[in-house]
Design a protein around this ligand. Structure first.
Ligand SMILES: O=P(O)(O)OP(=O)(O)OP(=O)(O)OC[C@H]1O[C@@H](n2cnc3c(O)ncnc32)[C@H](O)[C@@H]1O
Length: 173
């Protein structure tokens, strides 16, 4: 089975490859930088879902793979502050469109303020940690959970939710 991955982000690619290798025999992967067709910093669940779905559809269109996967990170305002949100989508050639969400945690006020002023989370996290490429490694979720749940682990769970729902749907028909 050929899987097209709509990103080259290491944390996302690692999660997708591990997820499929655990559940599907004989898989091959192709990673392509793919448009999400939403803003650089999605600001709601709705926009983040749309980004994940667009990435999955776009990457499937760009390849001859059986399945396209899109993962998207965003933030969402709540009455309890701003939360990190993450969504994933799996689309196949039969028109199945599966969506699943990841863990969410609240962001510190100073990070939320930066986001409200129009900054992107990636660069904000690099400044906050004095490191580079946080979004490709532990991610904000890893930093603010003291390394307990890193971005690849969080996305691995999302990928399992996608594969599981897709398998369930296939077994129904
Ligand atoms: O290469 P792609 O796949 O685009 O990966 P990305 O991390 O840059 O892009 P996302 O669409 O997942 O995330 C949108 C923005 O939010 C940032 N972001 C999202 N989740 C993050 C996290 O856990 N840690 C750091 N930055 C994050 C990210 O860097 C972007 O600026």
């Amino acid at each position: 089975m050929k899987i097209a991955i709509g990103t080259k982000n290491k944390a996302k690619v690692q999660a997708i490859e591990k997820g499929f290798q655990q559940h599907i025999n004989e898989v091959s992967f192709q990673c392509l930088k793919t448009e999400s067709n939403v803003s650089e910093q999605p600001f709601s669940d709705q926009e983040t879902i749309e980004g994940a779905l667009n990435r999955a559809k776009n990457v499937l269109r760009m390849t001859n793979a059986d399945i396209g996967i899109g993962l998207e990170g965003g933030v969402t305002e709540t009455l309890y502050g701003m939360f990190l949100c993450n969504w994933g989508s799996l689309v196949d050639r039969n028109g199945n469109e599966i969506i699943a969400g990841g863990a969410r945690i609240s962001l510190p006020t100073e990070i939320a303020e930066g986001l409200r002023k129009g900054r992107e989370l990636g660069p904000l996290m690099d400044e906050f940690t004095s490191k580079t490429g946080i979004r490709q490694s532990e991610g904000a979720v890893g930093v603010f959970t003291d390394g307990l749940v890193t971005r690849d682990v969080m996305f691995f769970h999302v990928v399992q939710l996608l594969i599981g729902q897709w398998k369930y749907k296939k077994n129904q028909f």
